[in-house]
Design a protein around this ligand. Structure first.
Ligand code: ARG
Length: 480
């Protein structure tokens, strides 16, 4: 949020003509959005440059006026960037502030730019430009986190771990496979962002307040100048539509949920009970009273911040659901949730990436835990199936084996040949071959499974996919 300067500047409201007096203080305070929409300024200025050019194509600005207009917009942009031009308490929103800046530079010529456009099509355009630009930044941070997970996964393709369902030891898996299971959702988040971007690349400019313009301004030309694919098909929809904000918030909320699930696992892995992972000192926190403590606060904040990301989506959907067409002032409430989603992810993702890339994985402890809890029981059942025992019976026999182990407080491979025979004559000593974690993992050779071969293939394919993202994430949508 910007702080607004209180230097007194003559009031440059965009709408006072028909009103007898100025707005009540309480209205002005409720109505003002410049403290949060000021970050749209570079996008509003870009849209203004494109609009000035179409005014000139339409003969509504002569060449000299266009030159002065563009120079003033450039000067204003530089002043905004340096901070020498700031919004004041008198400016209702970013559009008001920037028109004041233009009038200060151009006098009456500055008043010509508003022809054929309205804040309704402007604000929808600015927000689309802002989000298209920042979606690429968020995507870049997602790729960095995925890179960090992939780097760790590459070290642990053959590190066994006790894979879980219901937080109970289930079957041995490769810890690399486990880490890559957190990369796959991030790849889907990236896909969703790029797919969202296609639908968002439609320019509302030219819709005016809601009905289009009587002036001969070509919306497709403006759209192309601003990096959009084309202009909106319906001027009413152009100013009423906030699908792009809601959909962006869905993508960021779901990404938040993915980060939260990763965070939750890191919290567990770093606990005394698991002891699978140790965080680097730079990415852990201490306690003000307990000198021994080392806490996974980044992982907890990942879990905690998913709440505000989900909340943003709910805010915007709820705000939109009863709105009659076209623009309603309720829609001013679309901005803070999307800005907060961008800020939250830009803050969180680098911290998570740093935490993951610097953590130490205790492969010895993972390997020791992998067979605990009879995680090889399914191997016995599958071995019986290969001996043509129906799985139903194989499951039963193996269950008996487990219950014998529980009674004896021993592991499956600690039973004697005699014990095996007593449970079932089908259980010949040969079954011992499948009673190792290594053989369990090595037997998983189908695509997508947790054996060393398929995990190596998955790793290579994920690395290839991440490479293809670098170009898109490097694009900038700040048109000049
Ligand atoms: N600050 C407003 C918003 O964010 C800009 C559009 C205002 N339009 C209007 N007709 N009052 O939605």
């Amino acid at each position: 949020m910007v702080s607004v300067t209180d230097q007194s500047v003559s009031r440059t409201s965009l709408w006072g003509g028909r009103f007898a007096g100025g707005p009540a203080e309480a209205l002005a305070r409720l109505s003002v959005s410049v403290q949060f929409d000021w970050r749209l300024a570079p996008y509003d200025l870009a849209a203004s440059r494109a609009h000035a050019r179409v005014l000139a194509y339409a003969g509504l600005l002569d060449a000299e006026e266009l030159g002065q207009m563009l120079a003033a917009l450039d000067d204003l942009e530089a002043a905004c960037a340096s901070g020498s031009f700031r919004p004041t308490v008198e400016d209702e929103d970013v559009h008001t502030a920037l028109e004041r800046g233009l009038l200060e530079r151009l006098g009456t010529l500055g008043g010509k730019l508003r022809a054929g456009r309205s804040r309704n099509d402007q604000v929808a355009t600015d927000l689309r430009l802002y989000l298209r630009d920042h979606a690429r930044g968020v995507a870049a941070r997602l790729v960095e986190l995925a890179d960090a997970l992939v780097e760790q996964a590459a070290q642990h393709v053959s590190t066994p771990a006790p894979g879980m369902t219901h937080v109970q030891h289930a079957q041995p898996v490769s810890f690399g496979h486990w880490l890559l299971a957190h990369v796959q959702p991030l790849l889907r988040d990236l896909d969703r962002l790029r797919d969202w971007d296609k639908r968002t690349a439609i320019s509302p400019l030219g819709a005016g307040a809601l009905a289009g313009s009587s002036l001969p301004l070509d919306p497709v030309v403006v759209a192309k100048e601003l990096g959009f694919t084309t202009s909106a098909a319906n001027s009413m929809d152009a100013v009423a539509d906030r699908d792009f904000a809601a959909e962006f918030l869905f993508v960021t909320a779901l990404a938040g949920v993915h980060l939260s699930r990763l965070g939750e696992e890191v919290v567990m892995w770093t606990s005394q009970e698991f002891g699978w992972v140790e965080l680097d000192d730079a990415f852990a926190t201490g306690s003000s009273i307990m000198p021994q403590k080392k806490n996974a606060d980044i992982a907890e904040l990942a879990r905690g911040k998913s709440g505000r990301l989900i909340g943003g989506l709910v805010t915007v959907l709820t705000m939109l659901k009863g709105l009659p067409l076209t623009y309603d002032r309720d829609m001013q409430e679309d901005k803070e949730p999307v800005f907060d989603a961008v800020d939250t992810l830009e803050l969180l993702l680098p911290a998570l990436a740093g935490m993951i890339s610097t953590m130490t994985v205790r492969a010895d402890r993972l390997a020791a835990a992998a067979p605990v809890g009879f995680t090889l029981a399914t191997e016995v059942a599958d071995w019986l199936v290969r001996k043509h025992v129906p799985f139903r019976d194989a499951h039963e026999i193996t269950g008996k084996l487990v219950s014998l182990c529980e009674a004896r407080d021993c592991a499956l491979d600690e039973l004697s040949d005699d014990d095996l025979q007593k449970v079932s004559p089908l259980l010949t000593p040969e079954v011992r071959q499948v009673l190792t974690v290594e053989s369990a993992l090595a037997s998983r050779t189908t695509p997508g499974s947790t054996g060393p071969g398929p995990v190596a293939d998955q790793l290579a394919s994920v690395q290839d996919k991440l490479e293809t993202w670098r170009e898109w994430t490097a694009q900038r949508v700040v048109p000049r």
